[in-house]
Design a protein around this ligand. Structure first.
Ligand SMILES: [Zn+2]
Ligand SMILES: [Zn+2]
Length: 280
């Protein structure tokens, strides 16, 4: 599979020269299989540029939403393929205890917050509620499960037919659900089973170690916690993601160098940078 990062910023789009290298667009990742299956992970502002790369021959796109916080859905209405009548767009995401996924999305994708109703878009829209255990989407096996973050939030584990595994946990605070993180076995740790042995783990790393205590319970991880989660789950490569809007390129470089020095991970550690492509 080919994995491309289109938006790696957390919480709020943050354009600016001091953010140019890691990028200011919010969460969006594309996954394209060897047989042509197209998955889009989250619909943050990064989705707009991704849309231009989808081949005109593609007849189906699956958008997998982890949750409905604004930074993960803001780009949805600007995803140009939604205006193609010959395209099927499947949207997967969590409903709540009282509302189905479509009704939850309509709160944003309807006037006055958005000029058009979701139901008026020309493409064929299909909604799927998650978590739904394991399911096949095109050539991929996709597993979804609830993870620790405010409101219904899922993580995804995507397995290609040839066996390579991508795990996507952009907003995740596994330390909140553990008295002593990461001392519990991974099966008892939020997201642990989803990430176990993954070839590539894309994971929340919003805060520095010094910032985390003031943001405990906000749903995100410190970079050190993210590295420890990667060790616990024995991933082969870890990509840091959901950078804090206040962190400049220089801040992220400094945090990465410190965390690398402190933990010396045995897996490959890569800072999530807009435009990076991974071949698994
Ligand atoms: Zn987020
Ligand atoms: Zn969130």
């Amino acid at each position: 599979m080919r994995v491309t990062l289109w938006g790696t910023r957390g919480s709020l789009a943050t354009p600016g020269p001091e953010m140019a290298r890691y990028g200011g667009n919010t969460s969006c990742v594309s996954v394209v299989g060897h047989a042509g299956t197209v998955l889009v992970l989250d619909a943050g502002t990064g989705i707009r540029r991704l849309a231009a790369t989808i081949a005109p021959t593609v007849r189906r796109v699956d958008i997998l939403l982890t949750h409905l916080h604004m930074d993960h859905i803001q780009g949805l209405g600007f995803f140009a393929p939604l205006c193609q009548p010959d395209l099927e767009v499947h949207i997967w995401g969590p409903g709540s205890a009282t509302l189905r996924l479509q009704a939850r999305l309509m709160r944003y994708l309807s006037p006055p917050l958005f000029p058009v109703n979701l139901s008026e878009l020309p493409c064929k829209l299909v909604f799927h509620e998650v978590p739904c255990g394991e399911t096949d989407i095109g050539e991929f096996r996709v597993c979804s499960a609830l993870v620790c973050h405010p409101g219904p939030t899922v993580g995804y584990r995507i397995t290609a037919p040839e066996g390579s595994v991508l795990t996507y946990l952009p907003d995740h605070e596994p330390a909140l659900a553990a008295l002593r993180f990461p001392s519990l076995p991974r099966e008892w740790t939020s997201g642990g089973t989803l990430a176990a042995g993954a070839d590539l783990l894309i994971h929340d790393s919003q805060y520095s170690a010094a910032e985390y205590p003031g943001h405990c319970g906000w749903g995100h991880s410190s970079l050190i916690q993210t590295l420890d989660f990667g060790t616990l789950t024995e991933v082969k490569q870890l990509v840091t993601f959901h950078h804090d809007p206040d962190h400049t390129d220089a801040d992220i470089d400094r945090m990465m160098a410190q965390a690398n020095e402190e933990r010396k991970p045995v897996y490959r550690l890569t800072p999530g940078m807009e435009g990076t492509v991974f071949e698994l």
